[in-house]
Write a protein that binds this ligand. Structure first.
Ligand SMILES: *Cc1c(COP(=O)(O)O)cnc(C)c1O
Length: 360
């Protein structure tokens, strides 16, 4: 179905004040946003308009009881500057899975994708031209009922805003395997992209930072034995010639779209890739035997982040990220696809076009 969006464009674009060679991360927003309201059981007031504040009642249910979900995506551009999306329908599906878990309304997948497509097309001049730059896209949904008492909201807002981001030269990260705190337990909300998961991770992450580490390597909640994921990244290990990433079937790990794409691309290239439970002991043993070749995280923001140290109890595993081959190949392959430099055999790249807009 084709949705119609009302569009009002700003006459005072802020783009002229942006230094494309020096974009501070996470602080510069583009001119417009997409907004829709869920009222009386339907999505309505579909609109692209100048980014603005909106007022919320102090008893807003999202603030008190946490009905808040989000997605994170990136738009890239081809050589001619045409904006491109990467597997947007998977983000729509995951958004809806998060919505169902949090008792929030789903959004028709085509509405989600068209909203992003149109907004990105309107904002395409904000996609920085430099290699490795992109426009970060943040779709989210919050409850909007004003009510004190725990129940699902009746009304919601779905909003998408975007930010230009410079080339993400991610430095290697050091991880501390965590044995006191957990990120997610079986039956919990670990596979939903919901706000509370990130608030719960702040304190253990702060402790890891005080210990000289960048991020927590989460272990499972039952035995503190099986590796889960890291911050906002899934994790891969290369042991011998096998690429291993923890399986997501228990629902305690966020089902990353980068993770899924890397698995498919590495399999295409003939690598042996396993999705299975992976214990920290197996990783330590591989390290001791010299079989642990690479460790890297995967997520939309960095695509791939090399890991050069893991601490588990008294064991400190140091790795030479400069020597990584598979991590670099995975990143290069995805970056090339997103810049349309290689053939998109899987049909993952979707041009962002402004098609259904009603300029008002
Ligand atoms: C978003 C996220 C990821 C990565 O997912 P991508 O779809 O690859 O960006 C991994 N773990 C957590 C906890 C996340 O929130």
């Amino acid at each position: 179905m084709n949705y119609k969006f009302r569009v009002s464009l700003t006459e005072n674009s802020r783009i002229t004040s942006l230094d494309f060679d020096n974009i501070p991360f996470g602080k510069v927003f583009t001119d417009h946003m997409f907004v829709a309201d869920y009222i009386d059981g339907t999505w309505t007031n579909l609109e692209i308009k100048p980014l603005e504040y909106f007022s919320v009642h102090p008893a807003n249910l999202a603030w008190h009881y946490g009905q808040s979900i989000f997605e994170g995506m990136k738009a890239s551009r081809d050589e001619e500057g045409n904006p491109l999306l990467f597997r947007p329908e998977l983000h729509a599906q995951r958004f809806n899975a998060s919505a169902e878990r949090m008792c929030m309304p789903t959004i028709p997948e085509d509405l989600f994708v068209q909203a992003i497509s149109n907004l990105v097309a309107v904002e395409k001049k904000w996609i920085p031209p430099a290699k490795g730059s992109a426009m970060y896209i943040r779709p989210f949904m919050i409850a909007t009922d004003e009510f004190i008492g725990v129940r699902p909201s009746n009304n919601y807002k779905f909003i998408i805003f975007t930010l230009p981001v410079g080339p993400y030269y991610s430095r290697p990260v050091k991880l501390k395997a965590e044995e006191t705190y957990i990120r997610a337990a079986k039956g919990g909300v670990g596979d939903a992209k919901t706000a509370g998961n990130y608030a719960a991770a702040l304190y253990p992450t702060k402790l890891a930072e005080q210990d000289g580490y960048d991020q927590v390597l989460w272990l499972d909640a039952n035995e503190f034995k099986y590796i889960q994921e890291v911050g906002t990244m899934n994790i891969f290990f290369v042991i011998g010639d096998t690429v291993i990433t923890p399986s997501t079937s228990e629902g305690t790990i966020l089902r990353g779209i980068t993770r899924r794409s890397i698995i498919a691309l590495l399999k295409d290239k003939g690598y042996k890739v396993e999705e299975r439970p992976l214990s920290i002991d197996e990783v330590v043993e591989a390290y001791d035997n010299g079989h642990l070749k690479e460790v890297f995280g995967s997520g939309t923001a960095a695509v791939v982040a090399m890991v050069n140290e893991i601490k588990y109890r008294d064991t400190i595993m140091k790795l030479d990220h400069e020597s990584y081959k598979i991590a670099k190949l995975a990143k290069q392959t995805i970056d090339d696809l997103r810049a349309r430099k290689t053939e998109d055999k899987h049909g993952w790249i979707v041009p962002a076009t402004a098609e259904n807009i009603l300029v008002s």
